[in-house]
Design a protein around this ligand. Structure first.
Ligand SMILES: [Mg+2]
Length: 403
């Protein structure tokens, strides 16, 4: 079997959902993968296409390693190259699953569970929003009548958190995540932001009222986006211990895992990190130092499904759980779900599309998420297909559509 054609398409949603389609020399056989957004991503993808044409798509790992070696030879093992490799690797999985008539989880060793639990990423006041690949706010056509709700006054008041938490639980989700750093972000520095007691008290109050709003049975995680120094993160961690959070995410800058490890040693709150790390060896130092309780590789940029599975297994060796980061379309979320179904230490998978009005409609058939879960089916490949009629309506201007 040979790869005959590779094309891309980009949907301008809250982020750029970047799709890669790999076709083979078998009657209409193709696979579709998704990459995490990045500036210049489709240009990188198109540079990679000649390296793949004529190759056997069943040699998934060989092809991914070949792309990585070539990119490394050119001195560019930076993250963006890995976004591209991850999307191609995913498309190969979808294609090979379809070729053998089996779901992708079978290619990963078979499923350990029939449903994958989803946690909903939430912003307190709503997150109708859209961002360029450099995280500059933008207003695509679909957003103009709605208006961005991202930085409205009152968004970061405790009542906004409790109201939003109740709304999302009413949709059937049993695990939620809120941003904790947003409360102080508007006036602060980007990293190593020193916190005063009043600010820490506000964060603790947000955690308290959110817990009170949803009761003890709902899992609640809080994200700090790498903002704080360990001494302040420890104060936050200790103060929110009574509220039994699911995890505290990225409390400290990522440049030295000993900062995060210090937080973990000093308080009883589970910690999570890893959404920007690429390849399993990047996770090794933080796993070896037991700096966290959970890792969050992003399947759309960590190197692909096999790499995510390797990260999961390495973490499992240290008793550390898997809770993948995911801001993808339903197709990318489903690719991640196949890894989650096949990983022993899986805890929960992120969903970041609540306020994208067309998110469910981007794939054909029933909505993917039911009662905060994804059900793994016997359908071949990822088991979902883009609804191109709908998806194309939101195509990013200037990008080709699978041509
Ligand atoms: Mg995060």
């Amino acid at each position: 079997m040979k790869i005959t054609r590779i094309t891309t398409a980009v949907v301008e949603a809250n982020y750029d959902y970047t799709f890669i389609r790999v076709e083979a020399d078998r009657d209409g056989l193709y696979g579709t993968g998704e990459s995490f957004f990045a500036p210049g991503l489709t240009a990188i993808l198109h540079e990679m296409i000649p390296l793949l044409l004529g190759k056997d798509p069943r040699e998934i790992d060989r092809l991914a390693r070949h792309l990585a070696r070539k990119a490394s030879g050119a001195g560019s093992t930076a993250g963006i190259v890995w976004n591209a490799i991850s999307g191609i690797e995913a498309a190969l999985h979808d294609l090979v699953g379809k070729h053998y008539g089996c779901p992708v989880y079978q290619l990963l060793g078979g499923k350990l569970r029939d449903e994958v639990r989803i946690y909903a990423d939430c912003h307190a006041g709503g997150n109708v929003e859209s961002w360029t690949p450099m995280l500059v706010p933008r207003e695509p056509k679909w957003l103009q009548p709605l208006g961005s709700s991202f930085e409205q006054p009152g968004n970061y008041e405790p009542e906004a958190y409790s109201r939003r938490a109740r709304e999302v639980v009413a949709k059937g989700f049993t695990a939620l995540k809120f941003d904790l750093d947003s409360i102080v972000l508007l006036t602060g520095e980007e990293m190593h932001r020193p916190l005063n007691n009043v600010e820490i008290d506000r964060m603790v109050e947000v955690v308290r009222v959110t817990r009170e709003a949803v009761g003890p049975a709902i899992d609640l995680a809080f994200d700090c986006h790498w903002r704080f120094r360990p001494s302040d993160a420890i104060k936050i961690g200790r103060a929110i211990e009574p509220f039994n959070v699911f995890w505290l995410e990225d409390p400290c800058p990522p440049d030295n895992w000993r900062q995060t490890a210090a937080v973990k040693r000093a308080c009883g709150v589970p910690l999570l990190t890893g959404e920007n790390l690429v390849q399993c060896h990047a996770f090794q130092p933080l796993l070896e130092s037991q700096a966290v309780d959970l890792v969050a590789p992003d399947v759309q940029k960590c190197g692909g499904l096999l790499e995510a599975r390797r990260i999961a297994d390495l973490a499992n060796l240290y008793g550390i759980g898997l809770a993948p980061h995911c801001i993808a379309s339903p197709l990318g979320l489903m690719a991640s779900a196949h890894v989650c179904a096949a990983s022993a230490n899986f805890t929960a998978l992120e969903f970041h599309g609540q306020d994208v009005p067309f998110w469910d409609d981007l794939i054909a058939g029933d909505p993917l998420l039911q009662e905060g879960r994804v059900t793994m089916t016997d359908r071949p490949g990822f088991g979902v297909e883009l609804n191109e009629e709908v998806a194309r309506e939101y195509a990013k201007p200037g990008e080709g559509w699978f041509r």
